[in-house]
Design a protein around this ligand. Sequence first.
Ligand code: FES
Length: 125
Amino acid sequence: MKNNGVGRFAGNTPEQTAKMEWIKIFETRAAADRALAENHPQLLVVHGQRICVVKRDGNLFAVQDKCTHTGESLSKGTINFLGEIVCPLHQYQFNLKTGRENGQRSRDLECYPIRENEDGVFILI
Ligand code: FES
């Protein structure tokens, strides 16, 4: 089982975290690779939540789609040479692993762990 080992749930209470569950987002890793272009943010709506998923250097990352600055959709953004997601509206840049905005001008993004195994690719939300 592969887990990208990242994930931070700022502001969640222990009760909220306990309610989180692994949701299948792709039947197989091959299906994820077909659906996701390298360094091209993709919007997924998972149980009503807008999630921005990025494939980079063989790893999958998932962050909240809504920019913490003024709410633009990060899946419309780009990935820079540092592997940060760049918001299309004001170009704030967020680390895909930690969610931190590199100028600390805006609240960090929520990051969602992704894991994959023989049953599929899953996100913890
Ligand atoms: S809305 Fe994303 S940087 Fe302003």
